[in-house]
Design a protein around this ligand. Structure first.
Ligand SMILES: Cc1ncc(COP(=O)(O)O)c(C=O)c1O
Length: 377
């Protein structure tokens, strides 16, 4: 089996497994307990927090751990409601954990503005500027999209938010480990991360909250995580997240180069072997190793099943909502109609992708596309 769906999730890195097993086997104390069992557990959480904070060049008490990226994003949005905020601005291509949450907030009276994107999936800055008004409490724009891989001009957006004295949050879940998040000039006020996209465990996320900003919890109870997120912490998960974060950051440049080379080779082979194949969005606007491919006359779900039978794991539409047969709002936002959107597959490469995997993948892809299209071999 060959996995080409790294944007959906990633396998655990060996060092992450090692660390988590060790902690699960040796440390069981409740981090909130006063005794030495608790202190040992607490020390693991605090050193993990420190490791993650050092990657974002922030202080430890600006990072809180959550149960997922979804929870971190929800925490930010529900805080606006809890504080009586009236208006939130998001983009037209946010992950459902932002867009659906905003639809619920709308029912509670919060006005939501969605900024359109161009055909390459980049938000229209002029529209963002027009949408800001005296009631705007928060702008939340994702750093990298999970369906089309496009990178947003985050620092430019932060500059606009700072100028208007509005809080800015970014869902950086697909960006972490793929682009440099050590924002040089401007830092977001809040940023969400998820461990399972960077060869860490599932069910662990983090939220960067700039010093001076106090969020209301989404989950109430004990006073864990600086009283922003109640619940006994996922000790080994958090430690695994810290190991994965360090590895992701250390290898950023090399991974970028390797993935770029591999995806260029893959694209070349696709064009050489398959007719009427179109790659969506500009390379230069995308993270490396990410290909959104439109194959005219092919139903992407039928193709996915045939590729799966041949031993290749790819995806169509958003990973988190796969299995739900509805036109992707992201593909709609970049101008595709329902028919075109239904012919788009997403191939995402990662740390363990080999060139030979891609050669056999293109063989299977080309064979199955021809079968579906009824083309001669
Ligand atoms: C951009 C983006 N945001 C949020 C999420 C949700 O993160 P988690 O799976 O940790 O809840 C995902 C997961 O696919 C994602 O790609």
């Amino acid at each position: 089996m060959i996995y080409l769906d790294y944007c959906s999730t990633t396998p655990l890195h060996n060092l992450v497994i090692e660390k988590m097993r060790k902690i699960d086997g040796e440390v069981f104390g409740n981090p909130s307990s006063i005794h030495q069992f608790g202190q040992k557990a607490k020390a693991i959480i605090e050193s993990s927090r420190k490791d993650i904070a050092s990657i974002f060049d922030c202080s430890s008490n600006e990072i809180i751990f959550t149960s997922s990226g979804t929870e971190a994003n929800n925490l930010v949005l529900w805080d606006v409601f809890q504080k009586g905020g009236k208006h939130i601005i998001i983009s037209d291509i946010e992950h459902p954990c932002i867009s659906k949450t905003c639809s619920i907030l709308e029912k509670f009276g919060v006005k939501i503005s969605k900024i359109p994107v161009n055909k390459n999936g980049i938000i229209r800055i002029s529209e963002l500027k027009k949408s800001i008004n005296k009631n705007t409490s928060l702008v939340s724009i994702m750093s990298v999209n999970n369906e089309i891989g496009t990178i947003q001009p985050i620092e430019e957006i932060i500059e606009i938010c700072n100028h208007n004295k509005i809080l800015f949050h970014t869902d950086a879940i697909q960006a972490f480990g793929k682009i440099d998040l050590n924002y040089k000039k401007y830092k977001p006020h809040m940023a969400s991360f998820s461990a399972h996209k960077i060869y860490g465990p599932k069910g662990v996320g983090a939220l960067y909250i700039k010093k001076g900003i106090k969020l209301n919890p989404l989950i109430y109870g004990g006073s864990q995580e600086m009283q922003v997120r109640a619940g006994t912490e996922n000790l080994s998960g958090i430690a695994g997240f810290a190991v994965a974060s360090k590895l992701a950051n250390e290898n950023l440049k090399n991974n970028f180069i390797k993935l770029n080379e591999l995806s260029n080779k893959l694209k070349k082979a696709i064009f050489l072997n398959i007719n009427n194949a179109k790659i969506l969005c500009n390379d230069s606007d995308q993270i490396p190793g990410f290909i959104s491919l439109k194959l005219s006359g092919v139903n992407a779900n039928d193709l996915l099943i045939k590729l799966d039978i041949d031993g290749f794991g790819i995806s169509t539409g958003a990973a988190c909502s796969s299995g739900v047969n509805k036109t992707s709002s992201v593909l709609k936002a970049i101008g595709l109609d329902a028919k075109s959107a239904s012919s788009v597959i997403r191939i995402s490469l990662g740390k363990y992708t080999k060139e030979t995997d891609l050669i056999s993948f293109v063989d299977s892809l080309s064979k199955n596309v021809k079968i579906i299209r009824n083309e001669k071999k």
